[in-house]
Design a protein. Structure first.
Length: 404
């Protein structure tokens, strides 16, 4: 044991925790300052919000990441890695993992039947390869349908879901890659009466997409070090809700990059903190709202739309900064901050969460701290997420998991 380890072990636990809190809030203040400067300079440009179909794919489906400002690209691998960065999976010390998460959505607006369910799992074929399967199910609750004249089309319960299958592999002890294929189904008129010439013209939208991911880990023998991740997600077809091939919308293709650093104080205490940046790969709609301009916008190929999304659209970059303190690999305390440009929706909030683990079972809880008041109140305030994680076939009893 070197002098550095002796010094760290002599520091009282309360002092360590105080240091961790100061470090997190300094990093958060720095990020807020950087993005506030960007926002002030961007407000001279006209507001042009980029929207997509199936926006539920942009909702963080995991309680652990939910407590860390939705940071998840370069955090340690778990059963929910497929939602953020599939290529982390081969680095898990557990052979099999299963995750379940429930997220009531927009509860602060009084909605009690809108929610997101997520189920995920992986199985490592060997030390270098793994297979994953993930499911997201989003219920939009009960909706009364009517036409433009107010005639009732009945009451429906729209729902959307996405199902993924993935494969990941280590290329070396430090580098991993992942590929996932996704089927997306969006039925926004489910349960409405099908009357001729009205809602019968609509159908469930379907799309297919793929995720490509890369992970680089530079971890020392004491489990301390950096992890970096790069992800291209939802690269796929447009989605349509009618038989008109010209009436199709973009799905939320995304490019993400993340970094996370783990600091080990001793065998019992460690902290990791990191930053994710996510860029929406969807072009901004034209300022000209004529039918010709809109037709040209929606008729672009998906590949060209990805490249055109870089044409001065840096206000579609979201940032997630998070920190996670872990004690004895059994208790975790999490804090985070999420930033979105004001002219792209303005989601800006702090999050917190806790995690408990006993043997193979892990419990995660996250909470989105309320902000604003009146008409400026964040509609996502008080959002909570509940998660269960089952880690199976792990390290021998008495050893500490590297990535848990």
């Amino acid at each position: 044991m070197n002098n550095h380890d002796l010094i760290l072990q002599s520091v009282p636990f309360k002092a360590k925790l105080k240091y961790m809190k100061r470090l997190f809030f300094r990093l958060t203040a720095l990020m807020c300052g950087v993005f506030s400067f960007y926002l002030a300079s961007a407000q001279t440009n006209p507001v042009n919000v980029v929207t997509t179909a199936v926006p539920f794919l942009r909702i963080s489906p995991d309680a652990r990441a939910g407590g860390m400002g939705e940071e998840g690209i370069a955090t340690s691998p778990d059963a929910n890695s497929g939602f953020y960065n599939l290529s982390k999976t081969p680095f898990s010390e557990y052979k099999t993992g299963i995750g379940l998460t429930y997220t009531p959505w927009l509860k602060d607006l009084g909605l009690n039947d809108v929610y997101l369910l997520a189920a995920s799992g992986y199985h490592k074929l060997n030390d270098n390869e793994g297979l994953t399967a993930d499911l997201r199910y989003f219920s939009l609750g009960s909706i009364q349908f009517s036409d433009i004249s107010g005639n009732s089309w009945g009451e429906g319960r729209p729902r959307e879901f996405a199902f993924d299958l993935g494969y990941s592999r280590k290329l070396s002890d430090k580098l991993g890659i992942g590929l996932a294929l996704r089927y997306i189904n969006s039925n926004l008129t489910l349960g409405a009466a099908a009357t001729s010439g009205s809602i019968s013209a609509y159908k469930a939208g379907e799309a297919v997409a793929a995720d490509l991911s890369l992970t680089y880990k530079n971890i020392a023998a004491n489990k301390e070090g950096w992890t970096f991740g790069f992800v291209l997600s939802n690269l796929g077809s447009k989605i349509g809700y009618t038989n008109d091939a010209t009436q199709k919308e973009y799905i939320p293709a995304n490019m993400g990059i993340g970094g996370n650093y783990t600091k080990v104080f001793d065998e019992e205490n460690k902290i990791n903190f990191g930053l994710d940046l996510n860029k929406l790969l969807v072009p901004a709609p034209p300022q000209d709202t004529s039918s010709e301009a809109l037709q040209a916008y929606y008729s672009q190929s998906v590949v060209s739309s990805w490249f055109k999304s870089f044409n001065g659209q840096w206000n579609t970059v979201n940032a997630s900064i998070g920190a996670e303190y872990t004690y004895m690999d059994q208790f975790s305390l999490r804090l985070g901050y999420f930033y979105e440009s004001q002219d792209q929706g303005g989601r800006q909030y702090f999050t917190m969460g806790i995690g408990l683990k006993y043997n193979m079972l892990g419990l995660n809880f996250s909470y989105l701290i309320p902000s604003g008041s009146g008409i400026t109140r964040n509609p996502l305030s008080n959002t909570i997420r509940f998660g269960l994680v089952f880690d199976l076939d792990g390290p021998p009893v008495g050893t500490s998991g590297t990535d848990q």
